[in-house]
Design a protein around this ligand. Sequence first.
Ligand SMILES: [Zn+2]
Length: 266
Amino acid sequence: EFHYETEIYPIDFRGRRIKADDRESIERPSLPERSSPKEKQVDVGLASSMLYYAAIPGAYEAAIAVIGDEDYVPALQLVRRLGKRVMIASVRGSCDEIYIDPIDPKRVRDVDTIFLNDLLDDIRLDYEPVVVECQSERHQGERTFSTRYRPRPGQRVYCPQCRLMYAEDRAATEAELNQAIDTNLLSRVLPGYKAGRVARLIAARGYGFIRSDDGSDFFFHASSLRDVEYQSLSERQFVQFVVNEEPSEHNQWRGNVREVRLLEAP
Ligand SMILES: [Zn+2]
């Protein structure tokens, strides 16, 4: 029978909240540190506990140290001198060479170091499945389905069938968007206008994107529509428009248009 105890070392965030990108810099040490929260006494605390309990008869048999920093070497050596076995678990990329060397020159461990990266599938935290309702307007049949996904508050969830249907639709739309526009239709384009297709509609926000016949994507707002209602537009529909601003090499989202009209066959 196994059992463990937890010691908690508080982290001082220096009055700051952790923003998403600060969390990133903690999780990915290669990124520059931004908020630099201060963890105090953790390394020495961990080493002290490992040694302290090693000195108490029967407290533990094997120390499993989840570490990468070479500062632990003296503590690991002493723990072994007290007759305990030492196992090291680390993370590839932030593990000191000394724990990887198969010769184990510093005699710090009893078995090869294991890497948590290799065990992600086994140790990954999966949420318990919950039953939710598919919120797709196009859903057919029973709406409830079981998922391990945890939607954010207000986020819509779609069942696997609906997600697949949307993905297939999207692929079909993309394929069509990139086909050349019929010359008959192009002859109907007004002077100063460009031809394209409605590439994407973001109905909840009243805007969308147009793919021009030369392959650029342009933002348009419902207020730029002429002689057509936003609600009656559909993806892949032919339109003509006046370019406000071309997308730039550095910012493909910069492109936007005005005077958006349907482009219809005679
Ligand atoms: Zn569905």
